[in-house]
Design a protein around this ligand. Structure first.
Ligand code: SF4
Ligand code: SF4
Length: 338
């Protein structure tokens, strides 16, 4: 990143002896001519319905991080490129839904299944079931019922500032699974420069889940510890290089509110108004443990502003955080692309 004129990320990671080191020095290493990455856990995750690899070490230090116990701390087991390719191949044997590249997102999971488990437990579909899958497509994972889609995702700590790691693993996963497993990277976008994106493209990465935390650089710095110019620019670059893209934005009262959402909406609409976007309700965690969650009214105000800006594929997430009554839940389910 420094060679590309971009400051080092906010990546100091607490080691076992209490010292702080750069994430790429303590959660990524080379051994026997390949990379190894420190991985906290791995499983078929809900509501994404894809296989998630939870990585230790991150180039951000977000006040609201939900995975700080392993993203900001050395925590996990070393797993090599070859081992990850084998894990992807084992996962392939219980995949029940094969998605085309343009559906390699978390966003598209929701139009297949809402994870209620009714078809398995009660033998009948629930009221809100999309009705697109058969019972044999639904499997039980540590996080509940749903399909197993042909996607492996890197989540948790983001080290795309070392793109060769992701490129190498993606390439080996494609080779081991005959291209049947697609590769998605959940990223904060900080390291998604044109040069790094080209490396990731060559390796075979299909898709990005971009966590666009704030439009205003000062707010972003306060929230994440880094500037956000590369993050904002990455939207256009990802689309230009023909990756699949979905964007997540958060409502964090006192930090990221409707004024920020309107500016993010304009940025996205200027690139492509059909990019799927999820507006998530923040809930207290890590260094924002005393910050409140948004209200139903606040979330709906942002939702309608984002729609008014021209975004075509919008959803609300973390419904349980802000929708407390049956009427509110009904209202959300009645929204098109809720
Ligand atoms: S980018 Fe994600 S994993 Fe990294 S510190 Fe921020 S919230 Fe945590
Ligand atoms: S497919 Fe089954 S688990 Fe999924 S929403 Fe429908 S009834 Fe619920």
């Amino acid at each position: 990143m420094k060679q590309q004129g971009i400051p080092q990320g906010s990546c100091y990671t607490i080691t076992d002896n209490g010292t702080k080191k750069k994430a790429c020095e303590v959660t990524l290493r080379t051994k026997d001519n390949q990379y190894e990455r420190l991985i906290k856990s791995k499983h078929l995750s809900r509501p994404e319905d894809y296989y998630s690899i939870y990585q230790s070490g991150c180039n951000h230090d977000c006040l609201k991080c939900h995975s700080s116990e392993f993203s900001k701390r050395v925590n996990g087991q070393w797993i090599s490129e070859d081992e990850l390719a084998k894990i992807a191949n084992e996962y392939l044997s219980y995949v029940t839904v094969f998605e085309p590249k343009n559906r390699v997102t978390m966003w598209h999971a929701e139009d297949l299944c809402l994870h209620c488990g009714s078809c398995i437990i009660h033998g009948r579909k629930s009221k809100y079931c999309p009705g697109k899958l058969s019972t044999s497509d639904i499997v039980l994972s540590p996080q509940g019922f749903g399909p197993a889609r042909n996607i492996l995702a890197f989540t948790g700590g983001d080290l795309t500032c070392n793109p060769n790691y992701y490129a190498n693993v993606a390439s080996k996963i494609k080779e081991e699974t005959d291209g049947k497993i697609r590769v998605l990277v959940e990223s904060n976008g900080y390291a998604l420069t044109k040069k790094n994106l080209k490396t990731l493209k060559e390796g075979g990465v299909d898709s990005f889940w971009l966590d666009l935390k704030a439009y205003d650089n000062e707010i972003y710095q306060k929230l994440c510890g880094t500037p956000n110019n590369t993050v904002l620019k990455s939207v256009e670059l990802i689309v230009d290089l023909e990756f699949t893209l979905e964007i997540l934005i958060l409502y964090i009262p006192n930090y990221v509110e409707t004024d920020q959402h309107k500016q993010i909406a304009q940025l996205v609409v200027d690139v492509d108004n059909e990019i799927p976007i999820t507006l998530l309700a923040f809930f207290p965690s890590y260094k924002l443990i005393n910050n409140r969650s948004p209200t139903f009214q606040e979330m709906m105000t942002s939702y309608y502003e984002l729609k008014a800006a021209g975004l075509k594929n919008m959803r609300l997430g973390n419904l349980g955080v802000f929708a407390k009554t049956a009427e509110q839940i009904e209202q959300i389910h009645s929204l098109k692309n809720r």
